[in-house]
Design a protein around this ligand. Structure first.
Ligand SMILES: *[C@@H]1O[C@H](CO)[C@@H](O)[C@H](O)[C@H]1NC(C)=O
Ligand SMILES: *[C@@H]1O[C@H](CO)[C@@H](O)[C@H](O)[C@H]1NC(C)=O
Ligand SMILES: *[C@@H]1O[C@H](CO)[C@@H](O)[C@H](O)[C@H]1NC(C)=O
Ligand SMILES: *[C@@H]1O[C@H](CO)[C@@H](O)[C@H](O)[C@H]1NC(C)=O
Ligand SMILES: *[C@@H]1O[C@H](CO)[C@@H](O)[C@H](O)[C@H]1NC(C)=O
Ligand SMILES: *[C@@H]1O[C@H](CO)[C@@H](O)[C@H](O)[C@H]1NC(C)=O
Ligand SMILES: *[C@@H]1O[C@H](CO)[C@@H](O)[C@H](O)[C@H]1NC(C)=O
Ligand SMILES: *[C@@H]1O[C@H](CO)[C@@H](O)[C@H](O)[C@H]1NC(C)=O
Ligand SMILES: *[C@@H]1O[C@H](CO)[C@@H](O)[C@H](O)[C@H]1NC(C)=O
Ligand SMILES: *[C@@H]1O[C@H](CO)[C@@H](O)[C@H](O)[C@H]1NC(C)=O
Length: 619
């Protein structure tokens, strides 16, 4: 059953008292949904608690901006700004499991945990890039935070100008203590036709214990993008060990666990750098909640009473989802597009008439059963069934309608942010846990593109920890020619991980594996699994360029950045331009082209080029 339906609605009073205004301006009190029992925070109660306890406010020296600043989900006139201001870097333990429960019961210690009654007040302001003269100040406001939302602050800065870069900053009220200055950018006006190009830096799969987030740092230093897209697996729920051991040091289940994990990830200096310097469009994959999720469970948690027997995890699938989702909304600069639907993060951004960005949730929203490690035979039996859906009927309907609307409004490019790989049946995940396990859903998508003449569609994907670049032929592959690209109706750029493991072993075995993949998948034009990294997608009126970059090693924090391959899609051609990648890539396997293997990398701090071989890829 759908989580929203399970939770039921509660009629929270929406009336604002003057005292509550600054609570309300912090969107995280609505996080992720003020209308759902257990998820939203009862602001009048928090506000009354403050008055009743005669709270003694913190002094500025008792507080810190503990995790930098971030911004995201830009509209043409507003953007989300984020920070955390707290008496400690540690996340708060007062995990609200019951709506309105102010003093919370800790089942481990059998004691009530007192929520911190002292609201912390911050002033925020936003001004045009590099012009902080008082006359240039564009927008400002005040917001409160408390332990109820882990001391996070998330506000919407409004009255901004389209496609404009801004600086912003938070300051503790009545003090000089300020956060770092962040940089962000609004979207173009939905109908503006005069934007010549927009660049998106695309990331996925940033596993903290597995390695350093060098790809984030490199992109931030190069500063060639307008916006960041993170396709998910932004955090991982697993346990682990080693020099970047995860906190807490175990698989995570509780709200406190998820908050602690998000907090640890945001200590990474390269994540802080990219967060402070760009507006992000975040979405989640499975690991923001747990591995191989679907509507009723995860690979390592069944929604059965066995989960509550001895040795079980003692948490229901829905409770765990709520914990993860709430921490996600607290810690990410993302909008809640539908307060009635806490799992909804599929959404649509009109970046002028140049790009319509369609962000999907192919994972947690309403996905039919996936590969869970013990049911692969069953998935193979059912994967062609028409009623299987990767997105659920509501999201599917919205997706198809949005594709057609986008064409009708004359947007030049449709960029679809999927998590899992779309093209081919077996690529990147064995074909059970990606679109290859939901063939009817993919067929329906291809039919919508084909029958409505939706053109200039670019699929993005992450999830697989390897690079896969493909043509997307029309439904049934009829007439597709992998040499010329004839018969293709879209393209896919599926990127490697920021730091999660790709193929094991030396580059030679990764390249051999890539050759096998290209030979076995006729739509696949380039495959590469050795390097960690990201790609830059630049859309103009005539073409889209995709430049892939590799991080030679994530075993250390370093600034080496290796150009791997460049692709072009000409407007109206709906296929990768030939010769694909100019006939030449750095690594992997290119259909009908050469692999040069120069190891020529550029240091994004010094600008220096050099041949750098790194023996060790991961921590
Ligand atoms: C704030 O940060 C400074 C510098 O890292 C540290 O010395 C101080 O203890 C922190 N204060 C609090 C309340 O966390
Ligand atoms: C509440 O948080 C504590 C840690 O502070 C944790 O041990 C406990 O399991 C949590 N309870 C729930 C229901 O999440
Ligand atoms: C803002 O203005 C002050 C005073 O002119 C200057 O010292 C400071 O560097 C400026 N900061 C930014 C972020 O522009
Ligand atoms: C800063 O903004 C003010 C107010 O809009 C404007 O008058 C001034 O020219 C700007 N200065 C710079 C350096 O852009
Ligand atoms: C979930 O149930 C399946 C089928 O009974 C079982 O094989 C698997 O081990 C269970 N997983 C967990 C984590 O209990
Ligand atoms: C899906 O359709 C198949 C027949 O193709 C049927 O056996 C199955 O019960 C259906 N599943 C659901 C969830 O409706
Ligand atoms: C998908 O479409 C192809 C081509 O029409 C067809 O052969 C295949 O059976 C379809 N699969 C499903 C699951 O609908
Ligand atoms: C693909 O197109 C090329 C170039 O026109 C042609 O030589 C080749 O025979 C075509 N392949 C197929 C399978 O039709
Ligand atoms: C891709 O383009 C970049 C920038 O133009 C260039 O430096 C690089 O050599 C190209 N890479 C390949 C593999 O052609
Ligand atoms: C590139 O680096 C890899 C890994 O260190 C090494 O195996 C390979 O020989 C190097 N290739 C060149 C052309 O230097």
């Amino acid at each position: 059953m759908h989580l929203a339906a399970l939770l039921g609605l509660v009629g929270l009073s929406q009336s604002l008292s003057a005292d509550d205004t600054h609570f309300h301006s912090n969107l995280n009190y609505h996080s992720p949904s003020c209308r759902h029992d257990s998820l939203g925070i009862n602001i009048p109660l928090v506000s009354r608690r403050t008055l009743k306890r005669g709270a003694v406010p913190y002094t500025p020296d008792q507080l810190n901006f503990t995790h930098g600043v971030a911004s995201g989900d830009p509209y043409h006139n507003s953007v989300i700004l984020w920070t955390r201001i707290a008496p400690s870097t540690a996340s708060d333990t007062s995990n609200t499991t019951v709506q309105g429960s102010v003093d919370l019961y800790n089942h481990d210690t059998e004691k009530y945990i007192q929520a911190d009654p002292n609201p912390i007040c911050v002033d925020w302001k936003i001004w045009p890039l590099n012009n902080n003269s008082s006359s240039a100040l564009t927008s400002q406001g005040k917001a409160y935070t408390t332990s109820d939302i882990d001391y996070t602050i998330k506000i919407e800065a409004t009255n901004l100008s389209p496609f404009t870069s801004y600086n912003y900053q938070f300051t503790i009220c009545n003090s000089q203590k300020s956060s770092p200055v962040g940089k962000t950018k609004t979207a173009p006006s939905p109908d503006s036709d005069d934007i010549s190009s927009i660049s998106l830096a695309v990331f996925s799969c940033s596993n903290f214990p597995n390695g350093y987030f060098n790809a984030y740092g490199n992109a931030a230093r190069k500063n060639q993008h307008d916006y960041v897209i993170h396709l998910g697996d932004y955090i991982y729920e697993n346990s682990g060990s080693g020099e970047r051991a995860p906190l807490p040091r175990k698989i995570i289940f509780t709200l406190h666990d998820y908050r602690t994990r998000h907090g640890q990830y945001r200590t990474d200096p390269d994540l802080q750098l990219l967060s402070a310097s760009s507006a992000w469009f975040p979405t989640w994959d499975d690991h923001e909640i747990a591995n191989n999720g679907y509507r009723d469970g995860f690979s390592a948690l069944n929604n059965t009473e066995a989960s509550f027997r001895e040795g079980g995890r003692l948490v229901s699938v829905d409770q765990r989802k709520m914990n993860a989702v709430r921490a996600y909304f607290e810690w990410m600069p993302i909008r809640q597009v539908d307060l009635d639907d806490n799992l909804r993060i599929w959404r649509y951004f009109k970046l002028g008439k140049l790009i319509d960005l369609i962000i999907l949730d192919t994972r947690n929203y309403d996905r039919s059963i996936t590969s869970l490690g013990w049911n692969d035979g069953y998935i193979d039996l059912i994967k062609e069934e028409a009623n299987r859906s990767l997105m659920g009927p509501r999201q599917e309907k919205w997706f198809y309608k949005t594709l057609v609307q986008s064409k009708e409004r004359g947007a030049k490019w449709r960029v679809v942010g999927s998590q899992v790989v779309f093209a081919g049946n077996t690529m990147g995940g064995g074909g059970r846990d990606n679109w290859g396990g939901y063939l009817a859903n993919r067929n329906r998508t291809l039919r919508v593109l084909g029958e409505n003449g939706v053109r200039n569609t670019v699929f993005l994907a992450g999830d697989s920890h390897q690079n896969w670049v493909s043509d997307v032929p029309a439904l049934g592959n009829s007439g597709y020619n992998s040499t010329t690209g004839a018969g293709s109706i879209a393209v896919e750029f599926a990127g490697t991980a920021v730091s999660s493991s790709g193929t094991a072993g030396p580059i030679s075995s990764a390249n051999n594996n890539a050759r096998t993949q290209v030979n076995n998948n006729h739509v696949l034009q380039w495959q590469e699994g050795y390097y960690r990294g990201y790609f830059l997608l630049t859309a103009g009126k005539d073409k889209v360029d995709a430049q892939f970059f590799g991080s030679p090693s994530v075993a250390t924090r370093n600034s080496w950045d290796l150009p791997l391959a460049n692709f072009t899609v000409m407007s109206g051609e709906n296929k990768l331009a030939r010769p694909v990648a100019g006939g030449r890539v750095e690594a992997g396997a290119l259909r009908g082209g050469n692999v040069v293997g120069t190891n020529l990398t550029r240091n994004t701090e010094t600008g220096q080029w050099s041949v750098v071989g790194f023996p060790k890829m991961y921590i």
